[in-house]
Design a protein around this ligand. Structure first.
Ligand SMILES: *[C@@H]1O[C@H](CO)[C@@H](O)[C@H](O)[C@H]1NC(C)=O
Ligand SMILES: *[C@@H]1O[C@H](CO)[C@@H](O)[C@H](O)[C@H]1NC(C)=O
Ligand SMILES: [Cu+2]
Length: 411
């Protein structure tokens, strides 16, 4: 299905009515940091300031837009919040909706993807299908923005969820520790906790192909998740390709096979602290003045020894399918991680919004590190969720979270 204009999506976005707090008359000018502090409490503060600046900028735009009927405005904008800032009832409503998607039948035909058993699996199948054209490409950020948005829409429209997509602030968990955070504390109001402890796990070694190795320590779990809403969850797809803590690598050419198993995690504070602390996030935002540098640093520049905040989040969650580039959306926490990825991009875009939401805010091609070489990504490059979600869009539709078919901000 292809919509030639964004009217249909606007209708969807328009239905996301949210009572937004009345705008303040005089918003104070905030002094913005210009350089990331290596002092973590200071860097946390800097991140808050940058986020507050983005909110203020976008709210002003939305206030002005409130006079135009039908546009994204201050009264209908969806607000995405950090997990820990949701009430317990809101958290439970979110995980209930995820369990609901997991109980509904898949739309990907079983002839194409035999392992897709549920609506939840539809997004995983779409991610597997396009893995090589959505990472280290010009579409990385827009594609994952749309992927997360369409999942949020399904939770709302197919499973009665009334809230919006929450996010995982890695800068905060780098301080609190993953298992002590409300996301991973294992309670009924968490995204489920760690995997059962597996003794004697070794390091995970990334790299090869002529690149220097990155040695990642194993975490405090490794086995099946034992607590919280997803303790009985079945992972149906994958793993397709991932490095294990015993130094071996999974490589499964049958990437759509049905392979039911438990959800495993290996929460690894050391990875969170090293690659996705407050300094890493603020540095990413402040030290990259063009999209090429920004998206490369976010994903980790191959050979640099740094896996970026994107890798930092994925690898600190760990486990199966969390560490599999192809099947990682099989851990429901994927969407909280990519909520934060999107939020950091949103903050960065807002610092120079006109440029960074235009074609100057796109860099890269349609293939992984341009291998094999392919044409550059443009505003007209199509993005499809295949069987997961209807309307195909273009990169241009997704550059601005409040200026096209999308209508949401981050608090
Ligand atoms: C992706 O899915 C389409 C069907 O929508 C199929 O034709 C194509 O072969 C799949 N690609 C891969 C890499 O699995
Ligand atoms: C925090 O992140 C920065 C930048 O990514 C990194 O250089 C530093 O080593 C990290 N801090 C710790 C304690 O690992
Ligand atoms: Cu991805």
């Amino acid at each position: 299905m292809r919509f030639t204009n964004s009217a249909a999506l606007c209708l969807l976005a328009g239905s996301l009515t949210h009572a937004f707090p009345a705008p303040q008359e005089t918003a104070p000018e905030l002094p913005l940091p210009t350089e990331a502090s290596t002092n973590i409490p200071v860097a946390l503060d800097q991140l808050d300031q940058l986020a507050a600046f983005a909110q203020q900028e976008v709210e002003q735009e939305l206030e002005a837009a409130s006079k135009k009927r039908g546009s994204c405005n201050i009264f209908n904008v969806a607000v995405r919040r950090e997990w820990g800032l949701l009430t317990k009832a809101e958290r439970k409503a979110y995980t209930d909706a995820v369990l609901c998607l997991q109980a509904k039948p898949a739309k990907w035909p079983s002839t194409l993807v035999p392992g897709a058993k549920s609506r939840f699996d539809d997004w995983i199948a779409t991610h597997i299908n396009q893995t090589n054209t959505i990472h280290y490409t010009g579409t990385f950020l827009t594609w994952h923005r749309y992927f997360t948005w369409t999942y949020e829409q399904a939770l709302r429209n197919e499973c009665g969820y009334k809230g919006y997509q929450p996010y995982w602030n890695w800068a905060a968990t780098a301080v609190s520790g993953l298992e002590k955070s409300p996301i991973f504390d294992g309670s009924a109001y968490s995204m489920s906790g760690n995997g059962a402890k597996v003794e004697g796990q070794g390091n995970v070694i990334l790299g090869g192909n002529g690149l220097p190795e990155i040695v990642l320590p194993s975490g405090s779990g490794g086995g099946c998740v034992t607590s919280g809403p997803f303790k009985d969850m079945k992972v149906n797809l994958g793993p397709v390709s991932m490095q294990l803590a015993d130094g071996t690598t999974v490589n499964n050419p049958d990437q759509y096979a049905y392979n039911p198993r438990c959800l495993k995690r290996d929460l690894t504070d050391a990875i969170n602290k090293r690659f996705a602390n407050a300094t890493s996030v603020v540095r990413l935002i402040l030290e990259n003045n063009n999209i090429e540098d920004f998206q490369m640093q976010m994903q980790g520049i191959p050979g640099s020894g740094d896996i970026g905040v994107h890798g930092g989040g994925h690898y600190s969650l760990g486990g199966d399918p969390g560490r599999d580039l192809f099947t990682s959306p099989g851990d429901p926490n994927f969407y909280l991680h990519h909520g934060m990825i999107d939020r950091v991009w949103w903050i960065w875009q807002t610092l120079s919004k006109r440029t960074r939401t235009s074609s100057a805010g796109i860099s890269g091609t349609g293939t992984f590190l341009n291998q094999p070489p392919s044409p550059p990504t443009t505003l007209d490059t199509p993005i499809s969720m295949d069987y997961a979600f209807g309307p195909d869009v273009t990169v241009g539709d997704l550059m601005d979270t409040t200026g096209g078919p999308l209508c949401y901000i981050y608090l």
